[in-house]
Ligand binder design. Structure first.
Ligand code: EPZ
Length: 424
């Protein structure tokens, strides 16, 4: 296993280009199973989760290959297998996104029931409620979900809570269902909109994507298409926070500023100067200490849960006291214990962390527990006095493309090393 060794104290300066969005690429790749054909998907980030999804499409009978640095060619013409095995689903919960496309493409799916993960139980009851509403027969057997759609028909789907994956799965099944489907309390995330855009390019009839009510008119057939993944808004936010904590001055290229409005708004409140252009954000802390600001995570367009750990790292050295409240996942505070080891003053009460800003963190050996907690510890290490070692960085490799290279190009002192204490 690898670790990052970071020597803190360097102010980030220069330009960084954002990669394609992990959370858009995964459903887009799953959607290629909806209709047998050849698809070129561009701006795909080279991430472990993307490799896992490509392996899953391979297991189902498709083939996936990189045709250049960022483009995947997917050939789903031979997809006949409808079983997504435990071995792959346990590696990546987002494998469950093939549920909707297998039902839409093959009218049946057997997908290993995804377990929880570090941040929470993460049930899929709403995905299954939606598929049942579309006329599917859903059974849970020996750790697998069996779905058979003898007659896939449009319906009204009410989500008790907003679910990104649930909205994406129902979208993919509904586009070829007979009749009209309306999804109420649909997720509004840009990644859902990106999936809807690709499905429309394939011939689907969808309205209202990006709002809480999405209407789909089922069509008899779809066609394959080429598509380009949107930039990663969470990577964008992560670099903005890294700039803030090091009191740096960076330009972020190839991003969509409107997708990170909640984050840039919060960072402006914390004292960051932010200038946005079409696909660029210029950010500067002018060597100032950030001001403590309160954050509450809610579904898009609110402050994203995937940025909660990162902004908390910034708050550990801010001036004042702040409250960070996590409302989406029940266990997304595991970065707190590790930040405390670096000298942060954080008290967790329920799902709220009270952070009292300290002047400076001290470098320490810390351990990543999940993807965004890893990002938080890297960010803290960039500003901490001395050396920080972040172990178990396979979590980072799931969701950030070449993060250490990008940070080094901005002046950070960060290297990847073998972690002799953590076995191979
Ligand atoms: C997506 O996960 C993202 N992953 C997550 O990003 C992100 O944190 C999350 O959306 C929320 O924005 C991908 O897109 C691959 P949800 P998803 O269904 O779809 C509950 C990252 O770091 N729920 O919107 O699994 C659930 O337990 C990852 O990149 C049910 O109760 O999230 C959670 O509390 C982490 N029943 C809440 O809804 C269901 O059937 C939101 O989950 C489904 C969800």
């Amino acid at each position: 296993m690898d670790k990052f060794v970071i020597e803190g104290g360097e102010r980030l300066k220069g330009t960084v280009r954002i990669s394609g969005s992990k959370n858009a690429a995964l459903p887009l790749l799953a959607a290629t199973i909806l209709h047998k054909g050849v698809y070129n998907i561009g701006n795909v980030p080279r991430l472990r989760d993307v490799t896992t999804m490509a392996r899953l499409i391979g297991v189902l009978g498709g083939s996936v290959e990189w045709v250049n640095d960022q483009t995947l060619r997917v050939d789903s013409r031979n997809v006949e297998n409808y079983i997504a095995p435990y071995e792959l689903v346990k590696e990546m919960r987002a494998s469950v996104l093939v549920l909707g496309s297998l039902v839409g493409g093959l009218r049946k799916a057997t997908v290993s029931y995804p377990g929880g993960c570090a941040i929470g139980e993460r049930p899929i009851n709403l995905h299954l409620k939606g598929l049942s509403a579309l006329g599917c027969e859903v059974k849970i057997r020996e750790g697998y979900v069996d779905v058979v759609a003898k007659n896939l028909r449009g319906s009204k789907v009410y989500f008790d809570t907003t679910t990104v994956g649930g909205t994406e799965n129902i979208l993919m099944a509904a586009v070829v269902a007979k009749g009209e489907t309306t999804i109420y309390n649909a997720a509004r995330e840009p990644e859902v909109v990106d999936l809807a855009c690709m499905l429309k390019r394939m011939g689907a009839k969808i309205e209202g994507e990006g709002t809480g009510v999405i209407r789909i008119k089922g069509v008899d057939s779809l066609t394959p298409c080429d598509y380009e993944v949107i930039p990663d808004r969470i990577e964008t936010g992560t670099f903005l926070v890294a700039c803030g904590i090091t009191r740096g001055n960076i330009t972020i290229e190839g991003c969509i500023p409107s997708h990170v409005k909640a984050v840039t708004d919060k960072l402006k409140e914390a004292g960051m100067d932010i200038v946005e252009d079409q696909n660029t954000i210029k950010a500067s802390m002018f060597n100032k200490r950030p001001i403590s600001v309160d954050v509450k995570t809610i579904p898009y367009p609110g402050f994203p849960t995937d940025m909660q750990a990162q902004i908390m790292a910034l708050m550990t050295i801010a001036k004042g006291v702040s409250a960070t409240t996590e409302t989406i996942f029940e266990n997304r505070m595991m970065h707190v214990a590790e930040l405390r080891r670096m000298g942060a003053d954080i008290k967790v009460i329920g799902n709220t962390a009270i952070v009292k800003g300290v002047k400076v963190l001290s470098g320490a050996k810390v351990m990543a527990s999940d993807l965004r907690a890893s990002a938080s510890l890297i960010i803290a290490g960039l500003a901490a006095y001395g050396i920080t070692e972040v172990s178990r960085i396979y979590h980072v490799d799931r969701g950030y493309e070449s993060i250490e290279k990008k940070l080094r190009e901005l002046g950070a002192k960060i290297v990847r090393r073998k972690d002799e204490n953590m076995g191979s």
